[in-house]
Design a protein around this ligand. Structure first.
Ligand code: NAP
Length: 552
């Protein structure tokens, strides 16, 4: 940004000093919001972050449940923008646990002195665009109003938890909560009778940890999920030095791979390798770290029913080897979908947890939960099981939930909630026609990749767009309706060849606890074209001078 443009932006802020006005407001102080405010502060722009939580971290501030950690290799999860930061930070585990990741984000914020640009406990309830002034007015839950020229949303993709709607939930006499709202003070588990409802990625992390502590754990499983070992391990000082020496190579590999990881698909071709060669790869991947089992596999597995069935059988066999009771093992093996068409949870001792005497599985597809009683959970067969604690690991209102809970009114009084009632419509997952001067950093229809890699891509696109506005003296930008239509068609086309289009998963918008999210009401939540293709498309838009964005 030129000095002249900075001066202009600052003058605009002062001119509207009657209302609290900022040139840019970023909503959310998680991974995306932190990097965005860093870029804006570096430009000298009057920008702030509004964060609903009491401190920084987003997902990592909230999800404090036992076992919470990411499935990305730690050194591919950190920010790449600062060499100094890369040189300083020591990841202690291949897959960092929640407390360390939160500490990392706090460290970044303190290192770059970003906290003074952040306002905590500030939840935005509503946002309204004023066509005459090309500004947004934001209303906080405190009643305070702020105005801004540009809004950048960094709301997270899984930041609105969904509780089930089971009769009697409010009558339960013990503590009960969603893992997203796990209390900050220690939760006493020793000797307690604990229920976990749900068997998604979150529950799969919680179950083995709670099993170690609790007196007894009962898991209510409606549909099993495929899961594979995380294979976590510590990172020594020497290994961290080696990682630091190859950070350029690591980030280049992430930028090359569809998923934003070092894992790249096996491109030999399913039909060009023998069954023995396939088995050799799968054994290696199953014993290897992280998402290799998903992302270093043959692409055909995710497009071809037969290939998928063969690989699913392989994983089923690995599950049978790990669970002592053969009948129980069968219950833990998904029969309604193949491996990898839902987001694959990675686990540490998940299947072995069921070999413990203090762990029991209730098949809630056979005996559904009928109601929650003051003492515990009653199933349809009339059995009431008493509990001291109930954990509802029942998922999220993914991608659009964080937007839907704000009343966002764009140009001409158009409500985002109405526009997205059948699913998100965006241009490049970054802009929405009818909602000028707003950029989404972690919105729907971005490339589904290693989250921080996607965030950096989005911030590195959004920031030059704003610089373009300031440099040209422009006041309003908006994606054209045509461009949005073309992008949404492309997003739909990218779902077409993939088996995941049939998944009962947040990837297709399924959530049994949300009206309008029933199975079959497809929502195009993610861009399946992969990180490199996505980056090329959005970079091209910028290089060509934003031909699909109208300016005023
Ligand atoms: P999820 O995958 O949507 O799983 C929700 C679970 O709750 C499902 O098993 C669902 O069963 C069950 N459920 C919902 N309502 C129910 C009800 N009324 N009765 C019984 N069961 C019910 O949610 P999640 O586990 O929170 O994971 C969401 C996403 O968060 C993951 O896919 C992942 O992207 C992210 N995550 C990441 C990590 C990580 O990085 N390591 C860890 C945790 C989560 P049905 O399938 O039958 O509906």
């Amino acid at each position: 940004m030129s000095d002249h443009a900075v001066a202009d932006a600052t003058t605009r802020s002062r001119q509207s000093s009657r209302a609290v006005h900022h040139e840019v407001i970023v909503i959310g102080a998680g991974v995306a919001g932190i990097y965005q405010i860093k870029r804006l502060v570096d430009l000298g722009v009057d920008a702030i972050v509004l964060e609903g939580n009491h401190d920084v971290g987003g997902t990592w501030y909230k999800n404090r449940y036992p076992g919470a950690r990411f499935d990305s290799e730690s050194f591919t999860y950190g920010y790449s923008f600062s060499q100094e930061l890369l040189d300083e930070w020591h990841w202690t585990e291949m897959f960092s646990p929640q407390p360390e990741t939160l500490k990392y984000l706090e460290y970044v914020v303190d290192k770059f002195d970003l906290r003074r640009h952040m306002h905590f406990d500030c939840r935005v309830d509503a946002m309204r665009f004023d066509d005459d002034t090309a500004t947004w007015t934001l209303e906080l839950s405190s009643g305070q109003k702020l105005t801004t020229h540009f809004v950048i949303t960094a709301l997270g993709v899984l930041s609105v938890p969904t509780m089930p709607t089971i009769e009697g939930m409010e009558s339960f006499e013990g503590p009960s909560f969603h893992p997203f709202d796990w209390p900050q003070e220690p939760v006493e588990l020793a000797g307690k009778r604990v229920a976990v409802i749900g068997t998604g990625a979150t529950a799969i992390q919680i179950i083995p940890e709670v099993a170690k502590e609790a007196g007894h754990l009962t898991v209510f499983q409606r549909r099993p999920n495929w899961a594979a070992p995380l294979n976590n391990r510590p990172i020594s000082d020497q290994e961290m030095d080696e990682i630091r020496a190859r950070y350029d190579e690591i980030f280049a590999a992430c930028a090359r791979s569809p998923g934003g990881f070092e894992h790249e698909p096996d491109r030999r071709g399913w039909n060009n390798v023998s069954r023995e060669e396939r088995l050799e790869l799968w054994d290696r991947l199953y014993d290897g770290p992280g998402f290799g089992i998903w992302l270093q596999n043959f692409a055909e597995i995710f497009m071809d029913e037969e290939a998928n069935a063969e690989f699913s059988d392989y994983i089923a066999e690995r599950i049978r080897q790990r669970v002592d009771d053969p009948e129980l093992a069968e219950k833990l093996i998904p029969k309604d979908h193949g491996f990898g068409i839902q987001r694959v949870p990675l686990e540490t001792g998940y299947f072995e947890a069921y070999n413990r005497d203090n762990v029991m599985l209730v098949d809630a597809s056979e005996t559904p939960i009928e109601r929650i009683t003051p003492a515990g959970v009653m199933t349809a067969d009339g059995t009431e099981r008493p509990f001291d604690l109930i954990i509802y690991a029942t998922g999220f209102d993914a991608f659009t939930g964080a937007f839907d809970r704000m009343d966002i009114v764009g140009a001409g009084g158009c409500r985002l909630h109405d526009k997205w009632s059948d699913g998100p419509l965006t241009y490049l997952g970054l802009l929405v026609h009818g909602f000028p001067n707003m950029v989404m950093l972690a919105g729907p229809q971005i490339a589904a990749t290693n989250f921080p890699r996607a965030c950096e891509t989005a911030v590195d696109w959004a920031t030059p767009l704003l610089e373009h506005m300031w440099a040209q003296g422009l006041s309003r930008f908006e994606a054209t309706a045509e461009a949005e239509g073309t992008w949404c068609q492309h997003v739909a086309d990218m779902y077409e060849p993939l088996l995941l289009r049939k998944a009962k998963s947040w990837i297709t918008g399924y959530n049994s606890n949300l009206e309008g999210h029933e199975y079959g009401k497809m929502r195009l939540n993610i861009y399946n074209g992969g990180g490199p293709k996505y980056a090329t498309v959005i970079q091209q838009e910028a290089e060509d001078g934003y031909p699909n964005i109208s300016f005023a």
